[in-house]
Design a protein around this ligand. Sequence first.
Ligand code: NAD
Length: 531
Amino acid sequence: MSAVTSTDAPTATATSLRPGRDELDRLAARVAVPADGRERAAVVSPLTGAAIGEVPVGTPDDVAAAVTCAREVQQEWAARPARERAKALLRYHDLVLDHQDELMDLIQAENGKARVWAFEEILDQAVTARYYARLAPRALRPQRRLSALPGLVSTREHHEPKGVVGVIAPWNYPLVLAMSDALAALVAGNGVVLKPDSQTPFTALRAVELLEQAGLPAGLVQVVTGPGRSVGTAIIDTADYVMFTGSTATGRTVARRAGERLIGMSAELGGKNAMVITGDVDLDRAVEGAVVAAFANTGQLCISIERIYVEQPIAEAFVDRFGARTAALRLGAEQDYGPEVGSLASPAQLDKVRAHVEDALAKGARLVAGGRHRPDVGPLFYEPTVLTGVTPDMDLHRDETFGPVVAVYPVASDDEAVARANDTEYGLNASVYCGDTARGRAIAARILAGTVNVNDGYSSAWGSLDAPMGGMKASGVGRRHGPEGLLKYTESRTVAVRSKLAEKLQDATRDPDGYARRFTTLLRAAKHLPR
Ligand code: NAD
């Protein structure tokens, strides 16, 4: 079957998918849930609407058993030097690249995305494994710290693994969002209990198999499948730290529960990400950038752009070209590099996207491109859609669509663009397209978002792995990537050794008057010392 553009006539639907049922059954047997006496849940491919496999539905007891097992194996893993743990990540890096076709087949079969965006996951997984492998031995080494007065105390900060980290992942990036945080937690010396989304369990199961092939002890990473309400809750109730990626609503529930237990948590949540395009921009570059920023991964990307603010003089030309380029995007359900746009991931996603577009059109928005469900391509396909004339009474004006729908608004100035970009409860990602880089940086500095990309939609900031990535406002708590993304999976222990000189100087009980005078003098002098 060949790919079709948004404006083409209907074609047939893809029917047979890779991998086959035997491989999926083999992977399902790796779930840390006993096969006997457990219900099984079907995994339905969005590409065909047919069940491709099934996994057992875990219970809170299964989670407790998985955490106990991971905890036992973790002791031995944590005792290994960080550089040895890092070597396993580097071997995993190679295995992911070697097995990329197989992983992309799995990602496409269970998520429905176009292959080019499945490759984005391979790329990201490899660079993340490499980054944390290189960072960990250095960042986890005991660090010298300053004491209040130099020479009196020798202080070192040590990093101990938390123990078992719970990772609760969504369905939109089955490899990246299940495994990237797990990689950081593992190289820091932790075990992991992972709950992939019920729709996308197989990619994570195969990735864990590759990690074991790369040298991780069996049992260190436990995958438990099942509903968020029971399995997810049980993970928060038993793990030593929780990394959650998903909706803001669920993020609040997870944070409340983790707060009750006084365990740390980090969450990357929803967004309503804005792009600002200034009048001096290279229009072709901005159009291409906006297409990727809004429609990569069928718009089911937490850092996807859903609002575009274009400076008035070029707004009409931008809308014309952006609309034409969007209408020409190739939709398709093939497991090859032909299509540019894949399926939505679930009927719930299709319902949400349709509802947002229908509501906007009913209230007077103008359809520039797209706007149609395409069951001729696959049951859950929806055309990439561009709207103008979107007003505050329309649902998609403020609410996240999490699909291939973007609204374009003209603005009079940089000030107006910044004010409107910031007029949201969210603050995850943003983009500025600008002819003058200094002006672009100046606009970026005023946008309230965890990441801002200049002359790119999202991949520059996301791919800057040494820099923190996460959300301001209702878009999250904590950060992934960078040293923060590693050290959050550790407890700091400060060990301070007092010197003999300090013992003499700090004789506060037998000679309080002398103690006060000596320290007053020392403090006055210390202010003039460098650092
Ligand atoms: P979701 O919050 O419904 O589910 C995410 C995960 O949490 C799933 O594994 C789910 O089973 C689990 N879960 C559900 N209820 C739970 C509970 N009470 N306790 C513990 N775990 C629970 O989100 P979704 O529908 O799967 O994903 C779409 C949303 O996620 C979008 O709003 C999107 O913005 C957001 N998202 C954010 C990022 C990011 O990196 N910031 C990435 C992907 C998705």
